[in-house]
Design a protein around this ligand. Structure first.
Ligand code: FES
Length: 512
């Protein structure tokens, strides 16, 4: 079983572009080479501005490469709920912008001849439970209002029983990593610069420009686009978006009969079922994803159990030949249910951000790339207002805002007086991680399968919450804003800009 996301593993991801070694003075710096960043770069390539894209790791190796590779108009937060929180016009604009984003991806793929298995196919949503039938009926009505040709169906490409289902044709799948590689090639041929393995350690905005520091270079940029999934460093939006982890498995089916489409089972827990092709056009893989929880807050601290629930569902409802991949991915849910795309704050003039895509990020990320490119060029975009970062939506946000920020506060306060999991290194078994207190300092300690201990500070470098052990991915995850770190403290993702402090064991000190 491979623990990497299927797209990253099958393309044998390697660094294609060099790290940035020398300082730059440019018009626009895009931080993040996922779907948001590279879409923005493609949109800007005709702008006569000097552009560079940098990524802390490699192209698409974050959430884009961990996605389920589905493109669809429907949203996790349902259009009938968006209409209730905002109004029907906003719901309709969101639907139209998502439809336009899928068409835009298809058009780029055709224009640049990108070989990424893009195919149109239907989306379905179904329930077996009587109490969820109303949700399906409401979403049918909402999608119809938004001018989407949705229909009730009795014909679901699954054997699982259901009582109500709807179908929306003409949605799509693709290989997101091949798509990004195609965009990157177009950019580089056009003379744009892409640098991989180039994390930023700080960014600061001045009156007419921004200064961005990396470990090896200083970048002066007239405009800065933080296409980083959540703004890195400190940003007021971190009070309005909340990190969640979802679990995915990819399997081969025994009969080679793959349902053609993306299918949402909305009974609890919510699952997304979709078929894909990793060898070419023919379907040869089933991806099942769902069962999310707040980052760093798996039930009973057992992330493996979350993954096992996904596998159990798969085995119950499909004739599985082999489960080849399992992984998890992060998403950020926003307080009012819509992404935030635009200026980094109401005081900002040159720094832009995009976040809060929930689990619908490939399509929202494309919208964000288009919107951010328009914003830095001062172009009018009809979607700008619905997604703007400075919108004030107390009624739509109040419940989630209060609940999520109380949750952060609870972790912040609960973690400080104690919450140490062990005082004894010997209590940490191979494969485990625990928080240990030593001379008043808290350490996150992991014992690997070779009996080696790895010790890093347990205090998240973003805003000082205590990190939690993730037993499924062998990482330290912060429950407050979703920063995640390796066992040696390196940043994997999230708003933190500084690794966890590492404390090596000196010779003879290490307990066995
Ligand atoms: Fe904000 Fe850890 S991510 S405190």
């Amino acid at each position: 079983m491979n623990k990497q996301p299927v797209w990253l593993h099958t393309l044998d991801v390697q660094q294609k572009y060099p790290p940035l070694k020398t300082s730059l003075d440019i018009d626009i710096l895009i931080v993040g080479a996922g779907i948001t960043g590279l879409t923005a770069a493609i949109q800007l390539k005709q702008s006569n501005k000097s552009i560079a894209v940098i990524d802390a790791h490699t192209i698409g190796s974050g959430t884009t490469g961990s996605s389920t590779a589905n493109l669809y108009v429907p949203v996790q937060n349902y259009y009938h709920q968006i209409a209730a929180k905002f109004n029907w016009q906003v719901a309709s604009q969101v639907a139209q912008s998502r439809k336009a984003a899928i068409d835009y991806i298809e058009q780029l793929i055709s224009q640049y001849n990108i070989n990424c298995s893009f195919q149109r196919r239907p989306w379905y949503m179904f329930t077996k439970l009587p109490e969820n039938r109303l949700t399906i009926e409401r979403e049918f009505a909402a999608l119809t209002y938004c001018d989407m040709p949705v229909d009730f169906t009795h014909d679901l490409p699954l054997t699982k029983p259901f009582t109500k289902a709807i179908k929306l044709d003409n949605q799509a799948r693709f290989n997101p990593l091949r798509y990004l590689y195609g965009l990157a090639e177009v950019l580089v041929k056009n003379g744009e610069r892409i640098y991989e393995q180039t994390p930023i350690v700080s960014h600061k905005e001045y009156k007419d420009y921004c200064v961005i520091e990396t470990p090896t270079a200083t970048i002066k940029a007239r405009k800065l686009l933080l296409a980083t999934h959540i703004p890195v460093g400190f940003n007021f939006l971190q009070l309005k978006v909340y990190p969640y982890r979802s679990y995915a498995v990819a399997a081969r089916l025994a009969q080679d009969k793959y349902p053609n489409g993306v299918i949402w089972d909305i009974d609890s827990p919510h699952f997304s079922i979709s078929s894909h092709s990793i060898t070419g056009e023919a379907l040869d893989l089933l991806i099942l994803a769902g069962n999310h929880h707040k980052t760093g807050q798996a039930k009973h601290c057992c992330h493996k159990k979350q993954q096992q629930i996904v596998e159990a569902y798969l085995k119950t409802h499909f004739d599985v030949a082999s489960i080849d991949y399992e992984w998890s991915a992060q998403h950020y849910q926003s307080a009012d249910g819509l992404p935030y795309i635009g200026l980094a704050s109401r005081f900002s003039k040159n720094t832009y951000v995009a976040t809060g895509y929930a689990t619908d990020g490939l399509t929202y990320g494309t919208i964000a790339g288009i919107l951010l490119a328009d914003k830095v060029q001062a172009k009018v975009n009809p979607w700008a207002d619905i997604y703007k970062t400075t919108r004030f939506t107390p009624l739509a946000s109040a419940v989630k805002f209060t609940k999520e920020n109380l949750n952060v506060l609870t972790h912040y306060l609960a973690d400080y007086p104690g919450n140490v999991e062990s005082q004894d290194y010997l209590a940490i078994k191979p494969g485990e991680g625990k928080i240990i207190e030593e001379q008043g300092e808290k350490w996150a300690v992991h014992r690997d399968e070779n009996n080696q201990l790895h010790r890093v500070s347990a205090i998240c470098t973003h805003m000082k919450c205590l990190v939690k052990w993730n037993d499924a991915e062998k990482t330290w995850d912060c429950p407050c804003h979703g920063s995640r770190f390796t066992i040696d403290g390196e940043i994997i993702e999230g708003p933190a800009l500084t690794p966890l402090k590492k404390k090596l064991f000196h010779r003879g000190e290490e307990p066995v």
